[in-house]
Design a protein around this ligand. Structure first.
Ligand code: HEC
Length: 133
């Protein structure tokens, strides 16, 4: 029996490594990777690429303030996912292919309707909520 335990250990370790590799990045990590170049590390709209754009990246720390104090989750999700209106050709915002992969989880942006939404987009929306002034 002991012998079996030793044989199984490397298998468990590589499984753990595998899970680690496939770990879903946090909303904060994805924001830093995909959004901060334009929106700035703190979401204020002052990223390095902002100066090169015709349209100023939105200050994402004022989303709630500009919406009467309530985080506009559904609108934010529509913007980053593009399921309403999508790419209008006017926004410089890119599409975020890698963020669309992975599990779908229910996301209620505040309108009481839980929509199956890619888990990494939900992570970003939740992170943005924490940035509100
Ligand atoms: C190439 C630059 C660029 C990148 C990268 C980018 N954005 Fe934007 N974003 C903009 C610009 C410019 C605007 C303002 C114009 C518009 O609304 O399309 C904007 C607007 C927004 C808005 C709308 C704000 C409002 O007041 O309604 C949200 C939400 C947003 N971005 C979230 C994100 C998130 C989340 C990411 C990363 C997944 C991201 N953006 C990546 C340039 C960018």
């Amino acid at each position: 029996m002991m012998r079996h335990a030793w044989m199984i250990l490397p298998a468990l370790m590589s499984l753990a490594a595998c899970v680690e590799k496939d770990k879903v990045p946090s909303g904060a990590e994805d924001f830093a990777t995909f959004c901060s170049a334009c929106h700035g590390a703190g979401g204020k709209g002052d990223g390095d690429a902002a100066a090169t754009l015709d349209r100023k990246p939105a200050d994402l720390t004022g989303l709630s303030a500009r919406n009467g104090g309530a985080f506009p989750g559904t609108r934010v999700m529509a913007k980053i996912w593009g399921y309403t209106g999508g790419h209008d050709g006017k926004s410089p915002m890119p599409q975020f292919g890698p963020l669309l992969q992975g599990e779908l989880v229910p996301y209620d942006g505040g309108d009481g309707i839980a929509t199956p939404t890619p888990v990494r987009l939900v992570g970003i929306a939740q992170y943005l909520k924490t940035l509100q002034d």
